[in-house]
Design a protein. Sequence first.
Length: 372
Amino acid sequence: MTVELAVQVPFLDLAAQQAEIADEVMPVWRAQLESAEFIGGAEVAAFEREFAAYIGVRHCVGAGNGTDAVELALRAVGVRPGDEVVLPVNTFIATAEAVTRIGAVPVFVDVDDDHLLIDPAAVAAAVTDRTRAVVPVHLYGQTAPVEGLVPIAERHGLHLVEDAAQSQGASSTAGRAGAMGRIAATSFYPGKNLGAAGDAGAVLTDDAELAELVRSTAAHGSSVKYVHERAGINSRLDAVQATVLRAKLRRLDGWNAARRAIATRYDELLLDLPAVRPPSVRAGNDDVWHLYVVRVDERDRVLAELGRRGVGAGIHYPTPLHLSPAYADLGYRPGQFPVAESAARRILSLPMFPHLTEHQQLHVVESLRRSV
């Protein structure tokens, strides 16, 4: 059967964002080419100040990417080889990679069925005398239940290290994502709510000593040139990306508001479509809708049909981490995390970006209606 592609709806339209900031960014980029100020400098320092103020913390330290940022945050609080770090099994592999790159052991736990966020009860059951930290992942644009994790962390002397890569601007009754605990990491991968023009990330904290430790560790373990207090890594935010991030940060609240309006419209359009389970928002959360994730039966067939109808959709994420070949050596088995495993067979991410039009949304939902 041939489907007429009257409307093409991409999963993500980064070109529209870039077009919106181009006139602001290009003169600064030209000046950077002339000055050759690419590493550090005024643009990076300004962005770090501005983003720290936006999140509501005293310090922001730029990094080369979000994975490095999680690793730097974990290292700063003292996670060492052999330590255990508890994290949700429903997240991008970068969260776990940051743990294993230190030589620590990721301990996976299941998520709650309503929001697919880390389950505090599962965390409490997973803590051992080797556990050093817990990483709540603020997934899909809403904050994890940090308020339920704090008592567990305090009881066992654990560090809470937020993975805020998908939640710039999100908040809950516990605070703003990235400012709920002692330290947090975020990513500015181009597709994020606040995305660079390449890889970039940051660590956020109120603790000046932690911030300085992160900064020196990210610069080969050095605070003074050629004096290396520790073995570090090379992970720095460059000036070209900082310029883009500054321009987009000024628009972030507006873009997040547009995402909320799009999510509300999806909710309304899906009301009479019982075959599609829409996402739900935790009480007290202010979601920024990095992704709009529904659940459907026969997901792979539905995804293919949407593609034939010109709708770009995605899956976040198709394989829970405990079933990834990368972590086969940890000995997990199918069936250990039933919520995440069931969701992974049904989740479907619909197009979500600030410039998505109502006409495009109508086509998405009509195509979904014809596909389920």
